[in-house]
Design a protein around this ligand. Structure first.
Ligand code: ATP
Ligand code: MG
Length: 390
C-alpha cells in the first residue's frame, strides 16, 4: 500500500521486537496505544512496516502535540519526523540537502538503510553519494564518530524516508501487553513513581487509595486524583478505588499497642487490596515501599505485612535512593503534586515510635481480638470507585 503523505513519523521500538512469537501481539498493542494517545488530533493512518511503525501526517496535523503525546507512549524507543520521497537518487540528494539545512552543523554523516533491495544503490553507495553531495554544499566535515548531525535515509518498499532527529520515547513495553495489577497509591512521592515503573513494563494498573475523611482534609484525596489523572496519560483509562479507613484506624487505636499500629493498618490495606485485585482480575499489588526508608519498611515489617496476602507484591523502588526517586518523580511529572501539603491517613494516626521488628506471633495475638472479616466487608461496601480517561 502506497503512502499518500509527504511527511510522516517513523516510530522505532526495541524490546517489542525482541519478543519472538509474541511480537505481533505487542506491535498491535503499541499501534492501538499510539492511536489512543492521539485521540482528538487530526492525523493519518498508523501502519506497520519491517520492524517500524509509520504514522502518516496531514498538512493540518499539529507536530508539537504529536511529539508530546508520543514521548509518553510506553514501547516507543524513539521517533523521527521524516520526509517521504520517491526512490530516485537525485530526488534523495536534494531532499537530504533540504532536510539537513534545518539544523546548523560542522560535522555530519549519512546513515542509509536499504530494505528495498531493488533500489540500484546499496546502503554504502547511498552514504557515499549523498555524503559527497551534502559536503560540497555545506562545506562541513564528514565524521563517523559523534558527528553534529546524522542524515538518515531509509529506502523501503513504501518510499524513501529522510530525517535527522531522533526524539527519545520512554521505552518499555506497551501498556496492556502484560497482565493487570493494582497499585496502592498514597499522595506521596514514592507510590506514583512505583506505579509508573510497573506500567512501563506493559502492566495495566488500577489504583487504591485509603483515606481518613473526615479526620483529614480533602487535599489528600484531591492530590491522589490528580496523580491518577497524570498517570492515566500512559494507560488511557484507569480506575481509582477510594477506601474509607477511619473505622479500621479507630479499631486498631483502641485495641492494639501503639508500636504495632502501622503494621496492622498495612495488613488491612493489603487484605482490602487483595480483594479488589481479585475482583479486577489483577494478579499482583504494587507499592512504593523502599527498604529501610522509614521504620515501617524494615524487612521484618514487610514480611509481617505481606503475610496476609498470597498475591505477589511488586516493590519497584525497593533498592532506590531517595534522590533517585525524587528525580524520577520530577521526570514523570508527579513531583509537584506529590509535595503539595496533605495529611496522609497514616500520618494522622501514626505513633512516634513504631515497631521496627514486628513479631508475627504478637501480630496474630493482637488480631485474634479483632473482627477482621466484618470490618473488611463493611469497608469494601463503602468504597467509592472513580474512572479516569485520557
Ligand atoms: P509514598 O511516598 O508512596 O507515600 P512513603 O515513603 O511515604 O511512600 P509509607 O507511607 O510507609 O511510605 O507507605 C508505603 C507504601 O504503602 C506507599 O508507597 C503506598 O504504596 C502504600 N500506602 C501508604 N499509604 C497509603 C494510602 N493512604 N493509600 C494507599 N496506599 C498507601
Ligand atoms: Mg506516604
Amino acid at each position: 500500500m502506497a503512502i499518500s503523505a509527504d511527511r510522516l513519523i517513523l516510530i522505532h521500538y526495541h524490546e517489542v521486537g525482541l519478543k519472538g512469537k509474541n511480537r505481533g501481539r505487542f506491535e498491535n498493542k503499541l499501534m492501538g496505544n499510539i492511536a489512543r494517545s492521539l485521540r482528538g488530533i487530526d492525523h493519518g493512518p498508523v501502519r506497520r512496516i519491517y520492524g517500524r511503525l509509520l504514522l502518516e501526517l496531514k498538512p493540518t496535523t499539529p507536530i508539537g502535540v504529536i511529539r508530546e503525546r508520543l514521548s509518553q507512549v510506553f514501547g516507543i524507543a524513539n521517533f523521527s519526523e521524516a520526509v517521504v520521497v520517491s526512490a530516485n537518487i537525485e530526488v534523495i540528494r536534494d531532499t537530504a540537502w533540504a532536510v539537513v539545512q534545518k539544523s546548523s552543523f560542522n560535522s555530519f554523516k549519512v546513515a542509509a538503510r536499504r530494505a528495498d533491495k531493488t533500489f540500484p544503490l546499496n546502503s554504502g553507495e547511498i552514504n557515499i553519494d549523498v555524503g559527497a553531495h551534502l559536503q560540497a554544499l555545506s562545506k562541513a566535515q564528514v565524521r563517523m564518530d559523534n558527528p553534529d548531525l546524522t542524515c538518515h535515509i531509509e529506502v523501503s518498499h513504501q518510499g524513501v524516508f529522510v530525517y535527522t532527529e531522533k526524539i527519545p520515547g520512554p521505552g518499555g513495553l506497551p501498556v496492556g501487553a502484560n497482565e493487570k495489577a493494582v497499585s496502592l497509591l498514597s499522595s506521596g512521592i514514592d507510590s506514583p513513581v512505583a506505579s509508573y515503573k510497573i506500567m512501563k513494563r506493559g502492566v495495566q494498573l488500577s489504583y487504591i487509595h485509603f483515606h481518613s475523611q473526615p479526620y483529614t482534609d480533602k487535599n489528600s484525596q484531591r492530590n491522589t486524583e490528580e496523580l491518577v489523572r497524570l498517570l492515566t496519560r500512559h494507560q488511557y483509562k484507569s480506575t481509582l478505588y477510594l477506601v474509607p479507613f477511619v473505622e479500621i484506624q479507630k479499631q486498631i487505636m483502641t485495641l492494639a499497642p501503639t508500636g504495632y499500629r502501622v503494621i496492622l493498618y498495612r495488613r488491612y490495606m493489603f487484605r482490602i487490596a487483595e480483594y479488589l485485585a481479585r475482583a479486577e482480575g489483577a494478579l499482583a499489588m504494587v507499592t512504593g515501599e523502599n527498604v529501610g526508608q522509614v521504620a515501617s519498611q524494615t524487612l521484618s515489617n514487610m514480611r509481617a505485612i505481606e503475610e496476609v496476602t498470597t498475591l505477589p507484591i511488586l516493590r519497584p523502588l525497593a533498592g532506590d535512593n531517595k534522590e533517585e526517586i525524587v528525580n524520577d518523580a520530577r521526570n514523570i511529572g508527579t513531583y509537584e503534586t506529590s509535595i503539595e501539603p496533605y495529611e496522609d491517613c497514616c500520618t494522622v494516626f501514626v505513633p512516634k515510635h513504631p515497631e521496627t521488628r514486628a513479631d508475627l506471633e504478637k501480630v496474630h495475638e493482637i488480631e485474634g481480638s479483632l473482627k477482621i472479616d466484618d470490618l473488611v466487608e463493611r469497608t469494601l461496601a463503602q468504597t467509592e470507585v472513580k474512572t479516569f480517561e485520557f
